[in-house]
Write a protein that binds this ligand. Structure first.
Ligand code: SAM
Ligand code: SF4
Length: 329
């Protein structure tokens, strides 16, 4: 069953982003309303067995990197046991996790031990009070503990900062300064409209404004050649150990080399963050379909991948309003 997959524009499928839950212990205002979102019934979530089987199938189609996301992956029961089993799957060169870091700090050495290759930590400010305003929860100290634990363990660390006009613009340069002494990549992400309400449609602060702000504070930045299949335009800064990156997630400048696919916590396959889903994998995983049948369905679904996120959004039947927590950011 080795049949490496490309879409109709010749882009290979190499990278799976799997949401292990839609639940979260924070309420980041750019991701969900204060009262939270309606979580799906637990029985509608993919089981760990489903996820392991799916991962093996995706690997047989060419996937060599997986990112576990959510919701907050570390709030799902037995997540560590699942990770251990995942690391045993042959063919995965990279196993990455995106987390808010609120409950992960004490287990980082275990993650290193089992071979987790990188962690993306979401952190939108270095100011504790502002952190509470943005996330609506008091986990700043825990998130920073996770930051230091990941560095100490020697796991590759990226920090994700969503840039929001009127909220954290004056955090941009201080966040970039983390790279001075720490071997970390700090990535500045354009805010997208996936906030569970459909409000705040346009972003005020795009990648160009982020770059201008960084240039003003850090004159010695040098661009790194853009790596196909990634989303961040990275920069080195003279004298700094780490790097910075800008992700034009709303402007969508990187779609031409997109190599990824998403599976939501309920098993919906999405070719793009901006599409509405192309395949119900949960149904296939539970109706007796063989791996070969699931492979064929994935191939057909992947062939529907749009040229870029703009086209994917234009083809939607409803406007973007989902929470990133239910898609898997
Ligand atoms: N709970 C984990 C976390 O926050 O890292 C993983 C899931 S979260 C949905 C994944 C990523 O999506 C985070 O880095 C978060 O900052 C980002 N994100 C969520 N909503 C966003 C939005 N509206 N625009 C841009 N990025 C967003
Ligand atoms: Fe939770 Fe992550 Fe969404 Fe924040 S961004 S509410 S931590 S899922």
């Amino acid at each position: 069953m080795s049949d490496f997959l490309t879409d109709s524009f010749g882009r290979p499928l190499e990278y799976l982003r799997l949401a292990v839950t839609d639940r979260c212990n924070l309420r980041c205002f750019y991701c969900m309303p204060a009262e939270g979102i309606d979580y799906v019934d637990r029985k509608d979530l993919l089981s760990y067995e489903d996820m392991l089987r799916l991962t093996r199938i995706f690997v047989s189609l060419g996937v060599n990197k997986i990112r576990l996301t959510g919701g907050e992956p570390f709030v799902r029961k037995n997540f560590y046991g699942f990770l251990k089993r995942l690391t045993k799957i042959d063919g995965l060169d990279q196993i990455a996790i995106t987390t808010n870091g609120a409950v992960a700090s004490r287990h980082i050495s275990f993650l290193k031990e089992i071979g987790i290759t990188s962690i993306n930590l979401s952190l939108d400010t270095l100011n504790k009070e502002r952190y509470e305003q943005i996330t609506r929860k008091d986990f700043f100290d825990q998130a920073m503990e996770t930051y230091h634990a990941v560095l100490a363990a020697g796991i590759k660390l990226s920090v994700n900062m969503v840039v929001m006009e009127g909220k954290n613009i004056d955090d941009i340069v201080p966040m970039a300064m983390l790279t001075k002494d720490d071997n970390v990549t700090v990535r500045f992400i354009e805010e997208m409209p996936f906030n569970g309400s459909g409000l705040r449609e346009t972003i005020g602060f795009n990648h160009k404004k982020i770059l201008e702000t960084l240039h003003a504070g850090l004159p010695t930045m040098n661009p790194v050649v853009f790596k196909e299949g990634t989303t961040a335009q990275e920069y080195t800064i003279e004298g700094h150990k780490g790097k910075i990156g800008i992700i034009a997630a709303y402007t969508r400048t990187f779609c031409s080399s997109c190599n990824r696919i998403r599976v939501t916590a309920t098993g919906e396959m999405r070719n793009c963050l901006y599409d509405q889903g192309v395949l119900n994998l949960k149904r296939l995983l539970t109706d007796g379909s063989s791996d070969q049948m699931i492979c064929e369905a994935i191939k057909e679904g992947y062939s529907k991948k749009h040229k870029d996120g703009r086209e994917a959004e234009a083809a939607r039947l409803t406007v973007v309003s989902e929470s990133m927590s239910s898609i898997g950011g």
